[in-house]
Write a protein that binds this ligand. Sequence first.
Ligand SMILES: Cc1cc2nc3c(=O)[nH]c(=O)nc-3n(C[C@H](O)[C@H](O)[C@H](O)COP(=O)(O)OP(=O)(O)OC[C@H]3O[C@@H](n4cnc5c(N)ncnc54)[C@H](O)[C@@H]3O)c2cc1C
Length: 389
Amino acid sequence: MTIAHAAIIGAGISGLTAALALARNGISSEIFEQAEALTEVGAGLQISPNASRCLAKVGVLARLEGQWREPKQVALASGLTLRELAHVPVGEARKRWGAPYGVLHRATLQSALRHAVAEEPLCTLHLGARIDKANQDNLAWQTAKQVDVIICADGVWSHSRRQIKGAPEAMFSGNLAWRFVLSSEDAPGFLKRDEVTAFMGPMAHLVAYPLRDVGGFNLVAIAAGASAGEAWHTEVDSSWKTALDRHFKGWVPELTRSFSAAKPTFWPLYEVGEGNWHNGRDTIAIGDAVHALMPFSAQGAAMAIEDGFELAAFLSSMPVPQAFDAFVAHRKPRLTALRKRTSFNKFAYHAAGPIRIGRDVVLKLRSADSLASELDWLYGYKAYGLDRI
Ligand SMILES: Cc1cc2nc3c(=O)[nH]c(=O)nc-3n(C[C@H](O)[C@H](O)[C@H](O)COP(=O)(O)OP(=O)(O)OC[C@H]3O[C@@H](n4cnc5c(N)ncnc54)[C@H](O)[C@@H]3O)c2cc1C
């Protein structure tokens, strides 16, 4: 017998997608979110076709298309000279991978998911509802119906995953991100409005892309550094400028000057390693709670969306313990392949010395089509359950 009602901890990207996908499969859910309101947490996100295909199925893509931008290409360029080295033609995503590639603010995606949830009678969202011990006893008095499964979707610092014996843990990756939105007036003229540009330099890189929904450009600077504790958007003090100047020394001054034009938020980057995703009975974790990755492939939100979508499809087609096992067996190989790709990207993006020179030569020789074909497995992916809804 399949389930009738689920409790979801966390109304982030994975939790809201899971609620909508469950509803599309006829299953009701209650979502418990610690925040009193879903405000503008985060910065820009790139949403690749593997994820936008799922968003289309749960009825959210049309809400985004009027607000996001579909870049012509993702370009790799030198942060020391601005010279383009290679590009992936993501503007052809609809044709090549069957769904669009878009860039937007995380708040726009979360708000579109939230509105779809509000319109869906099978979904109930409880705000200001922090759940730390996600077990049946703790949830029983808070839920309207008997809960068949508990889905822990509470992000990289998940507390609820502790209910799963042998669940993975978060580890500091040794890298820091500074994320900021730069107004169009403050943005250097060479930043292109129709592309995502990853500028690379020794031990650091900077990704820039336009945000149609909030105006201006999203900038993410990533470099090695010390941990700042468990927070996603720590406000930075004046020392941020000194740290950024140190990490981006030798870069084109017009790029680094733009650091002063906006106050960034500071993100220590954590990863979540191997471990159990479920307790074999009634509780499972998804999204960053079980596989947070470094953002070198820009796939964290995409994997959160795929997880929510696919878990709902498995839960609606087989009994719970079997659905949990089938979900994990289906997801883990994809996450392992993505982890490898992300480590490779980190090595390539932050290369220094002779390796950097070799990288640049190799990239200059790569055609746009050959780079795109390397991503077919990732972007062309058809999530389990797409044909069920
Ligand atoms: C610098 C950077 C750049 C990134 N760029 C990209 C990108 O371009 N593309 C991409 O796909 N991904 C990107 N990501 C990753 C992406 O943001 C995450 O992978 C994604 O948000 C994970 O979704 P989630 O639902 O698992 O967790 P979250 O979105 O973190 O949601 C967790 C939710 O749970 C709630 N919560 C936490 N604890 C509790 C509790 N005890 N009780 C109730 N609620 C709780 C939180 O308030 C939150 O709303 C980036 C990440 C970083 C750091």
